[in-house]
Design a protein around this ligand. Structure first.
Ligand code: KG4
Ligand code: ZN
Length: 352
């Protein structure tokens, strides 16, 4: 039963986890920097990198202690090496290389966005929430990663055969959530707050635009975000006075914005299903925790699979999990491994 130690430091969460056999999570430790960045209403890359340096060793120590293993007992070290903030990535990658070299363990380089999809495979720490067999059925599937940094569609034939088929051309959906929450004065990170508020509003109150982008599988959320901004602030010459949005209207804006996001995501999922042989959809990333999205896909055309709540946002269990798949396939990296801020989505964009 291979044990993989996973390390995640792509953005503002310092995380380490020990996962057995790709699905059994022995520990999943996450040190969030959200409180540090809240005052700036967004992640400050330089501060994030420094905070990772401070947190990583305690987080690694706790992950091993909770799992009841020593770092020397694991079979490989898996690290998220792309995409993300370069300063943040470098902390995790350097730590992983150091551990792999000093302990004589294989090093595995994991794509953070693809790992978000794999998070549907992970058991809750300390037990199973639904039968193993159910968890193993979704392939081939369409994979949707919707997070703060990424919105992307994948054709997932197997965990070793995953192809990027669409991505956002501007904002990620989680980024739009956070920016709209800021416009509404809801605090940071705004996704979960907006999600809660949306449940109290009317999703049909305001007809915000949905960017369909022709027949494309790509996404665009910046027009929607700007439309919310104009709705709240008013247009030139017809500005609304600050503070003129009351609680009831704020809830309607949240619900209508959320409905527009869900409509776009569902439309693109249907398009992707029509173009692949997928039998299900797998949703991952921070926005996969969204109650509205989960409700919309509860009775979808095909079964929809979501991660356990703890694995929706950034975590290292998903890195160790996908790392196990690569371990089994002998896909190792050497010590020349480098962090890559853009990753495959940026590469795909450059090619088109
Ligand atoms: O996957 P993640 O932790 O980080 C990235 O890889 O980007 O996603 C964080 C994002 C943030 O934008 C946050 O506001 C959003 O996920 N988020 C949500 C919810 N929970 C987290 N968005 C909508 N509804 C939620 N319940
Ligand atoms: Zn993420």
């Amino acid at each position: 039963m291979p044990l993989i130690l996973g390390i995640e430091s792509t953005c503002d969460e310092t995380a380490a986890a020990v996962v057995e056999n790709g699905t059994r999570v022995l520990s999943n430790v996450v040190a969030s920097q959200a409180a540090i960045h809240a005052v700036y209403q967004g992640v400050v890359p330089e501060i994030a990198a420094r905070a990772h340096i401070e947190s990583l060793l305690p987080v690694l120590t706790e992950a091993c202690a909770t799992a009841g293993v020593r770092a020397a007992d694991v079979d490989a070290i898996a690290v998220a090496h792309r995409p993300g903030l370069i300063g943040s990535l470098l902390v995790g990658v350097t730590a992983a290389k150091t551990l792999a070299w000093s302990l004589g363990k294989p090093l595995i380089a994991v794509d953070h966005v693809r790992a978000h999809l794999y998070s549907v495979m992970l058991d809750p720490v300390g037990g199973l929430s639904f039968p193993h067999a159910l968890r193993l059925t979704p392939l081939p599937s369409v994979g949707l990663v919707c997070s703060g940094g990424h919105t992307a569609l994948y054709d997932v034939q197997s965990w070793r055969d995953v192809t990027l088929i669409g991505s956002t051309i501007d904002d990620a959906v989680g980024e739009a959530y956070d920016k709209v929450a800021t416009i509404l004065g809801l605090g940071y990170p705004g996704g979960p707050i907006l999600d809660t508020l949306a449940a109290q509003g009317d999703p049909k109150a305001i007809d915000f635009p949905r960017s369909r982008l022709g027949e494309s599988l790509d996404f665009s959320f910046s027009g929607l975000k700007t439309s919310v901004l104009y709705h709240v602030r008013g247009h030139k010459g017809r500005e609304r006075p600050p503070g003129s949005v009351n609680d009831a209207e704020r809830a309607d804006i949240a619900a209508s914005f959320q409905q527009a996001c869900i409509d776009i995501l569902v439309l693109k999922l249907r398009r992707a299903l029509a173009r692949t042989n997928a039998r299900g959809v797998i949703v991952g990333g921070g926005v996969s925790a969204n109650h509205g999205l989960r409700a919309a896909l509860a009775h979808f055309d095909v079964p929809a699979y979501f991660p356990e709540p703890a694995y929706c946002t950034d975590n290292a269990a998903m890195i160790a999990g996908l790392g196990y798949v690569m371990f089994a396939a002998g896909q190792f990296s050497d010590l020349s491994l480098d962090a890559s801020p853009g990753g495959e989505i940026a590469m795909a964009r450059r090619e088109t």
